[in-house]
Design a protein around this ligand. Structure first.
Ligand code: ADP
Length: 962
């Protein structure tokens, strides 16, 4: 017997099947030939028992029964056939050589459909048989399995073309028809058969065996050969892949049939029962018939699914196109794209990656569906993993199982494993002919991606690339525009673009801010309304002329409403595309520049004035030194108190004159401050003390409000104190002159990198009209004997020399406040100058050499020092000094810096050389203010004691005696 599992299925359309039960061999042969020739499938039985068995087995469409049989009479057999469920409905035609009516009636009464008498006429016999065949097919319920199939199929029909329900109907039908213990339904997906549905028993094994390759195992075999298969015992058959599973479930007999539609394999339906042994032909036929119907329905479902999917895809692509062209933000595009990928290719993870051009690495811009966070950070270089493959080959790629895929490198396997990924599809993203990234879809289940999925991804990628490119371009353009606007807005120049009717098309923030508006408020308005400078006929003409001209025009415009002077440039702008002739109006605020210019002019004037003053002061310096000195000397000698008093007044006047000269000189020369570590609070306190007595006499209190622990700054304490005293003095004078009493407040504080000092009073304040001029030299509102107009200008130059600022404010009628801001200076590299020594000390007789070309100074110094008991000699220049020093020993050299011939500096330098012979123990230099800054620096560097001219005798003595 041929192995039953190799038997071809008998699923072809059936030919009418006739069973002949007849003991006459010749007649049998004649009937068999004749019926076969007429297109019948004929089986023959020569005994009643054989006939009965054949009838049961084959369930023929019609039985031709001889009434005289060797083992049992025909009517008895007829009764048997009618009595058994399986054969009851088979039409039986009785053949008899007795043609009498009794025999005929008996046969018909027993259930025969027709009675035919021998000898047989083939034509008459066929004519008798046919209606019964037709009747059986048309009217009578078919045999059990056909009913079952019919039921299964009707289930399928009622399954509504819903894939899930169709599969369920097929599975349930199979279970019921064959009384199976377990059943599975597998569908073809690419190279795989993927388990689509299973009966409850198989449920626990779904995870372990979700898919099978074509050709593998029993299911794979059926799929490969397109033929049904039965196996007597799966728990021992070597072809079975998962024998243990079947054994574990106690499954033995196995059956599987292909789901074929138009010769195309859609899947495999399989079942098993717990008893061993082959399924019979009938079972195979039944399952095959069910499978055939199921395949037809599934094919329809698929077709429908595909067209549905195509429709959905087309819709999605259209929607994507609409959405992304409306969305200018790349972020939105990305969101939509990955959502569509996920939905359309039924992926669990979808992502979009872009290339970073220089390194060629890809970065994930958007990812959905990942469980962990690591996947989003994957950054494949060309050649790495699937995306790297796509980047290198610029072609789509898909794999059914990432982890075992041999064509790719496995740089990211740990992440892939962590995500439980199996199938993966990735396609290149190309924009303007260039690879810009990768679009990918990932699944975790057994289902691989198909060629259709890939096509869909390619379409999505094309759409996406365009959209993203647009979004990027748009973003670039927006950024560029924003950048440009920011630039234009941050210009110091005001900028407006107007059309031929002077209507504002664009205006920058600067210009808008001049009129206290936002650009948006001014766009569309007429320039005349915004700036009154453009209101008149003349301005209109100017604009019109500029617009018709071919180059920029410059002009200066006063805009009284803004209190500004503007420099205007008008440039015609041809906006060819818009067909508009426009005009660019550029306005530069030159108010400040003009003011600066004026100031510069003034300071130039001041500089030349200073030159002259310096000369005058210098000339006055020496005679004043003489007057002062001699007056003091005489005072010491004169005994008459009245004369002494006169001499004292003379000396006082001379001192006053000397101070004025000093001020003049400081103002004129504005020499560099002599900086040393200074506590501004101390200066402020000292200034307060200096004016306190006079102030109190006038009913004014001087208060200080000093911020403690101000940093020590390197300032010229004398200069700064002078400035503070000048400010406080002015305050006191202002209050006194206005007959007011009250407070003067000196405050200090630190502001960022500066020290600030404020002097405020409760005087009349400063009228606005004179406020701009108070720092001018010689500007005064006081009488000739009271004011010089130099106080504030000196303050100004001192503060300026310190790199600081001074300004005044206050409310007219309610006092003035002067603010001084001095940047905090750190110690210079050189050491601090030696501290001043106290004046006057007991005289130890010294040998002193005085070198000065001014006879008055020379004589004064000689007389004064001699009066203190010193031995004094004098010379008129540097050479004479050096000569005299080499001749005789001296303790002290008092030397003037500015002398004809060898000057003081040169002389001192020679003396301080290692070979400098006769150098005295102490050298004191005398300076007038007319020495150059460079010389002053030199003196500072030498650290020699300095005696400033004009000097008091005490200062002279202190300088010489040390
Ligand atoms: P002077 O004090 O010799 O007039 P200044 O340069 O010190 O010269 O001052 C110039 C002018 O500034 C003064 O004449 C006065 O009009 C004005 N001024 C200065 N300080 C004050 C003050 N505290 N209150 C009101 N006016 C002041």
């Amino acid at each position: 017997m041929a192995p039953r599992d190799e038997r071809p299925p008998s699923s072809a359309p059936r030919t009418p099947n006739v069973l002949v039960i007849e003991d006459d061999v010749d007649l049998c042969r004649m009937l068999a030939d004749g019926l076969a020739a007429a297109g019948f499938d004929v089986h023959v039985a020569c005994t009643a028992v054989a006939g009965l068995a054949e009838a049961r087995e084959r369930e023929p469409d019609v039985v031709l029964l001889d009434l005289t049989l060797p083992d049992l009479d025909g009517l008895s057999l007829l009764a048997r056939l009618q009595g058994a469920e399986r054969t009851a409905s088979i039409p039986v035609v009785v053949v008899s050589d007795r043609a009498d009516d009794a025999t005929r009636s008996a046969a018909l009464a027993a259930g025969a459909r027709a009675f035919v008498a021998k000898p047989l006429d083939m034509g008459a016999l066929l004519a008798t048989l046919r209606p019964h065949l037709a009747a059986r097919r048309a009217d009578r319920p078919g045999p059990g399995w056909e009913r079952a199939i019919a039921q299964g199929v009707s289930r399928l029909v009622h399954a509504d073309l819903d894939a899930e329900r169709v599969c369920r109907a097929v599975l349930d039908g199979a279970m019921e028809i064959l009384s199976l213990a377990a059943a599975t339904l597998w569908l073809v997906e690419g190279e795989w058969l993927v388990l689509r549905l299973q009966s409850a028993m198989y449920e626990p094994y779904v995870r372990a065996h979700p898919r099978i390759r074509l050709g593998e195992g029993l299911i794979g075999l059926v799929a490969r050969d397109h033929r049904p298969l039965t196996v007597a015992d799966v728990s021992t058959d070597l072809r079975v892949l998962n024998r243990a599973v079947f054994a574990g479930l106690g499954l033995r007999g196995f059956i599987a049939v292909p789901l074929l539609h138009d010769d195309r394999l859609l899947g495999v339906l399989s079942g098993a029962r717990t008893t061993p042994g082959h399924f019979g032909d009938e079972d195979v036929q039944m399952l095959a018939a069910l499978a055939e119907h199921a395949a037809t329905v599934l094919a329809q479902v698929r077709l429908l699914g595909e067209s549905e999917r195509r429709r959905a895809t087309a819709e999605a692509l259209a929607a994507l196109a609409a959405e992304v062209s409306a969305a200018h933000e790349p972020e939105t595009v990305l969101d939509r794209v990955v959502a569509y990928v996920k939905q359309l290719v039924e992926a669990e993870i979808a992502y979009l990656e872009v290339l970073k051009p220089p390194e060629g690495q890809a970065t994930i811009l958007k990812l959905v569906g990942a469980r962990g966070t690591r996947m989003a950070r994957i950054a494949p270089a060309e050649g790495q993993g699937i995306d790297g493959w796509v980047m290198r080959h610029d072609r789509p790629f898909r794999t059914d199982d990432y982890l075992t895929e041999p064509r790719i490198t496995h740089d990211f396997d740990d992440v892939v494993r962590e995500e439980g990924v199996t199938a993966w599809a990735a396609v290149p993203l190309r924009a303007r002919g260039r690879l810009v990234g990768v679009l990918g879809a990932v699944r975790r289940g057994p289902r691989p991606f198909t060629a259709d999925d890939e096509r869909m991804l390619v379409q999505l990628a094309a759409q996406t690339a365009v959209a993203l490119d647009n979004a990027w371009l748009y973003r670039e353009a927006t950024r560029a525009r924003a950048q440009w606007e920011a630039t234009v807005d941050h210009l110091h120049e005001g900028l407006a673009l107007v059309d031929g009717n002077r209507r504002i098309l664009r205006i920058n923030r600067t210009l808008a801010s001049w009129v206290g508006r936002h650009p948006a408020e001014l766009t569309g308005r007429v320039l005349d309304e915004v700036l009154d400078a453009y209101a008149g006929e003349e301005a209109h003409a100017r604009l019109a002329e500029a617009q018709s001209g071919d180059g920029p025009r410059l002009a200066t415009v006063e805009v009284p409403s803004l209190g500004r002077t503007l420099e205007e440039t008008l440039a015609p702008v041809a906006q060819a595309a818009a067909g508009v002739q426009g005009l660019a109006v550029m306005l530069r605020d030159v108010t400040e520049a003009r003011r600066m210019q004026e100031q510069l002019l003034r300071s130039e004037k001041l500089a030349s004035l200073g030159e002259m003053l310096a000369g005058v002061a210098h000339e006055l310096n020496n005679p004043l030194t003489g007057v002062l000195g001699f007056a003091q000397l005489l005072e010491a000698q004169v005994t008459d108190p009245a004369h002494r008093e006169d001499l004292r007044k003379l000396a006082q006047e001379a001192m006053r004159a000397a101070r004025i000269v000093q001020q003049l000189l400081r103002f004129a020369r504005q020499h560099a401050p002599e900086r040393r570590a200074t506590d501004l609070n101390q200066l402020a306190a000292a200034a307060a003390l200096a004016v306190e007595v006079e102030a109190r006499a006038a009913g004014i209190t001087v208060e200080t409000d000093l911020t403690p622990d101000l940093p020590v700054s390197f300032l010229d304490p004398h200069q700064v104190q002078q400035a503070v005293v000048a400010l406080v003095t002015n305050a006191r004078q202002a209050m006194t002159a206005a007959g007011r009493t009250g407070r003067i407040r000196i405050a200090t504080r630190q502001v960022a990198g500066s020290l600030e000092l404020e002097v405020s009073d409760e005087g009349p304040g400063i009228p606005p009209n004179i406020l701009p001029r108070i720092f001018d030299p010689f500007f005064t509102t006081k009488g000739p004997r009271e004011g010089t107009g130099l106080g504030l200008s000196l303050c100004h130059s001192i503060v300026a020399a310190h790199g600081g600022e001074i300004w005044a404010d206050g409310t007219p009628g309610a006092g003035a406040t002067f603010h001084v801001r001095l940047p905090i200076m750190l110690p210079p590299g050189s050491a601090d100058a030696a501290p001043r020594r106290p004046l006057a000390r007991a005289a130890v007789p010294l040998r002193v050499l005085v070198a000065d070309d001014e006879p008055a100074v020379r004589d004064l110094a000689c007389d004064a020092l001699a009066a203190r008991g010193h031995q004094v000699e004098a010379v008129a220049d540097g050479e004479a000094a050096l000569r005299r020093l080499s001749e005789a020993p001296f303790d002290v050299l008092l030397v003037d810096i500015r002398m004809p011939g060898l000057d003081g500096r040169a002389a001192v330098e020679r003396l301080r050389r290692p070979d400098g012979a006769g150098a005295p123990r102490r050298i004191v230099v005398m300076t007038g203010d007319s020495i150059r800054a460079e010389t002053r620096r030199w003196i500072e560097a030498t650290r020699l004691p300095v005696l400033d001219k004009p000097f008091t005798l005490d200062a002279l003595a202190a300088a010489v005696e040390g």
